[in-house]
Design a protein around this ligand. Sequence first.
Ligand code: SMN
Ligand code: MG
Length: 364
Amino acid sequence: MTTAPTIRSIRARPVQVPFKRPPLSASGALPSAALVLVDLETREGLTGRSYLFAFAPWALEPIVGCVEAMSDILMGGAVAPFAIEAKLRKQLTLLDTPGLVGLALAGVDMCAWDVLAQAAGLPLAKLLGGELKPIRAYNSCGLWIQPVERLADEAEALIAEGGFSAIKLRVGRDDPAQDLAAVRAVKKRVGETITLMVDYNQRLTVNEAIVRGRMLDGEGLYWIEEPVRHDDYAGCARIAAELRTPLQTGENLVDTFELINALEARAMDYVMPDLQRIGGVTGWLRAAAITQAYGMETSSHLFPEYSAHLLAVTPTSHWLEYMDWATAIVAEPLQIEDGHAVIPDRPGSGITWNEDAVKRYAVK
Ligand code: SMN
Ligand code: MG
């Protein structure tokens, strides 16, 4: 019998990476990609790697603190994700795990699975029982809120970046007519063969979402994402029932308990769990089993490097959200070919750091 690798330490490093196209959603701007790089080192010399998205620079240090506390709890224990999760949840019961603590937990979980896949000499997708098939992706790295005249050129550029057949446009401008003009400008340039999603980033009220959704219903959109508060499941259900365009939500669902609540409320037509909110690889696997049981098409949110592996073992796999936010700091960025993510044929997640870039973008 072989023994599981043993945790020596877990390190967390904050970085602020510049965006190629700085995000401006209907719910605000992001100045830089505030990421926490997590390294789980084992006594056997393996290193599992993941990163977390802190949204705001001020959230970096608290997340680093959470990971460091978890390192103290887990040091000397086995790299066994389910056991790690049980141990952390037991110790954190009184604090509870949603929020920043939950992000740290997910980051540690991803590292643990990375180590297991490396120890087995297999890409994570294969360790989980999948194969290295191309994963259908949409390019989400642009089309932020900006003057309508600029959108068509950017849409074309986004498609050309990896032969994408799908792109996502951000909407939720003060003037609904400008959103309609944005959709039409992009559609006119890219044509009907390109799949176009839109994302409101929770900007609207339920009644606004129904009115604005009806306005866009005839425009051939593939989905309308997060029109209202993500946790207003009853409101989302009303919107989904009123609109012909499918409603997409899920990036803010914390843990599989909330996922079930949302699914039971018929709060969406498609779902897109976020790896760091759903509980890392372990949480994703549970979520994928649940969304399969609900017959719900399942897309990813951010973290394309891990999501590509996971969509390969997701029975109702739908679309991978391609985001290039970690591209500058990983040594071998995720490749996109013909609009599909290429799962790297290397042991583990495939993430290693470009240490020069990490140094350059380190937050002191
Ligand atoms: C999004 C995610 C993270 C930051 C800004 C915007 C957006 C998406 O909701 O789905 O990509
Ligand atoms: Mg979104």
